[in-house]
Design a protein. Structure first.
Length: 119
């Protein structure tokens, strides 16, 4: 069972930056997981923000391209989301998700971290 814990959220003014971290435990094969960041604003669906697969290919939602960067450190079992030029519409709870890249494709979610961007 993989456990994911997000951190780094908070309150920031528009134009500012935050770096989210997600720490995985309970696995010795973190490098075999595709890692995603999702976000969910009040009253809205949970949407994919960024993903990085087990061979470091990345993808981003159009709304965050050029502002957000996803990265991973397999030695530390961590994935990061660097968020720059933040906008009020980026306000949401941000969730980390791990998906095994082969076989069962088991998926695990973290509890989320709140990001609030003030105008």
């Amino acid at each position: 069972q993989v456990q994911l814990v997000e951190s780094g959220g908070g309150l920031v003014q528009a134009g500012g930056s935050l770096r989210l971290s997600c720490t995985a435990s309970g696995t010795r094969i973190f490098n075999a997981y595709d890692m995603d960041w999702y976000r969910q604003a009040p009253g809205k669906e949970r949407d994919l923000v960024a993903s990085i697969n087990n061979i470091d290919n990345t993808n981003y939602a159009e709304s965050v391209k050029g502002r957000f960067t996803i990265s991973r450190d397999n030695a530390k079992n961590m994935v990061y989301l660097q968020m720059n030029s933040l906008k009020p519409e980026d306000t949401a709870v941000y969730y980390c998700k791990a998906v095994l890249s082969y076989g069962s494709r088991s998926a695990y979610w973290g509890q989320g971290t709140q990001v609030t961007v003030s105008s």
